[in-house]
Write a protein that binds this ligand. Structure first.
Ligand SMILES: NC(=O)c1ccc[n+]([C@@H]2O[C@H](COP(=O)([O-])OP(=O)(O)OC[C@H]3O[C@@H](n4cnc5c(N)ncnc54)[C@H](O)[C@@H]3O)[C@@H](O)[C@H]2O)c1
Ligand SMILES: O[C@H]1[C@H](O)[C@@H](O)[C@H](O)[C@@H](O)[C@H]1O
Length: 334
């Protein structure tokens, strides 16, 4: 049994605790931590009883904790990751690895210096059936080279503390990771176009945004990020190739005819839309952690995503095309 300690017991932390407790084979949540003690106590109850900490460092250094799950907000990930590396513990860290490329670099350097692959990053879309099907279709070679990707990342609404850069760090970070993995290429440049702002936004959030990425092979990607779209949690991806266009399947719900109209359900949050992907990525992490390996997205993937995110955030401010320049991949991650 892998004894897991969970840091951060908000919405996603509780979702992962329920998953680890009720669905995942071979893991047990033995400790939880949150700066908000009441939240940690509620989470401990979801795990059927677990030690409660208010400082993540104490949880990491608890000898009963074999591996650590980091589900605190992105800005708090760096400290916990560096502490877990120092303690030599395996980690599953929710996205983003950290909110700046500089912090991500510190993390990859520390992991490489430890000589052990310890960190798996929560880029769960790589486990989503829809994206996997698109990747397999591209791999078959039947449709020629990918040329253009059209994507949407729509949330029904976000909290009032969500601001313009978060459209990159918190939301588009999923596309940043998934899309280059999908077409097996690296990014070269980024640009952001700001349409008219929806009446449902506020002064600190430009919403919607159109993010444009160009890859080294010349593939052009447009991602509409619209986090107050109101109508649902709507994720789409279409890859236009030389010999065909591949559109990711929509989640499957019945089509209902009533009152002279046809309707189909759209999910309303990521917990439902990506439930299977979260289950698969976490089971995979538990199975691999027990064998002492990582085969999911790594800290290096987190660093690459953060460099691209930094370029997009700069592009939000300048309106210009910003270059994306990453360091050479260290031998440790090859
Ligand atoms: N993969 C996905 O689709 C997905 C979905 C949702 C959230 N997330 C990620 O999960 C993480 C948490 O998001 P959330 O939606 O649960 O946020 P949230 O705001 O609901 O919860 C965050 C929790 O962390 C606690 N916290 C704050 N600072 C802390 C610290 N230093 N140490 C310990 N706890 C701390 C807060 O009290 C809160 O309980 C973020 O990294 C987010 O990007 C990923
Ligand atoms: O933290 C969440 C989560 O990552 C979701 O998958 C994404 O759709 C949201 O935009 C983001 O706020």
């Amino acid at each position: 049994m892998l004894n897991v300690g969970v840091i951060g017991c908000g919405g996603m932390g509780k979702d992962h605790i329920k998953r680890l407790t009720n669905k995942i084979q071979g893991a047990k949540v033995v400790a939880v931590s949150d700066v908000f003690e009441e939240g940690a106590k509620e989470a401990a109850a979801l795990a059927g009883g677990a030690k409660v900490y208010t400082d993540g460092k104490d949880l990491i250094n608890d000898p009963d904790v074999d591996a650590v799950f980091i589900v605190s907000p992105g800005f708090a990930h760096t400290d916990s990751l560096l502490q877990a590396i120092e303690a030599g513990k395996r980690v599953f860290c929710e996205k983003p690895l950290a909110t700046t490329a500089q912090d991500c670099k510190k993390i990859v350097d520390a992991e490489a210096a430890s000589g052990k692959h310890l960190i798996q990053l929560g880029f769960m879309r790589r486990y989503d059936k829809g994206y996997v099907q698109v990747k397999e279709a591209l791999r078959s070679g039947e449709y020629g080279e990918p040329l253009i990707l059209h994507c949407t990342h729509r949330n029904p609404e976000v909290g009032t503390n969500y601001n313009t850069p978060m459209a990159v760090h918190d939301t588009a970070i999923h596309e940043i990771d998934t899309l280059h993995w999908l077409v097996d290429d690296e990014y070269e440049s980024a640009q952001v176009i700001m349409p008219k702002v929806t009446k449902y936004s506020h002064s600190e959030l430009k919403d919607p945004q159109i993010m444009l990425l160009r890859t080294k092979r010349g593939i052009c990607i447009d991602v509409e990020v619209f986090v107050n779209c109101k109508f649902g949690y709507d994720i789409n991806c279409e890859v236009v190739c030389e010999d065909g266009a591949i559109k990711m399947a929509e989640p499957s719900y019945p089509s209902i005819r009533k009152n002279a109209a046809v309707s189909t359900t759209i999910d309303t949050d990521c917990f439902v839309r990506f439930e299977d992907a979260y289950d698969t990525e976490v089971q995979n992490w538990v199975d691999c952690a027990k064998q002492g390996v990582i085969n999911g997205p790594t800290a290096w993937d987190g660093y690459l995503a953060a460099v691209t995110a930094d370029a997009l955030v700069k592009a939000q401010e300048t309106g210009q095309i910003e270059p994306i320049v990453t360091e050479e991949k260290p031998a440790f991650y090859k």
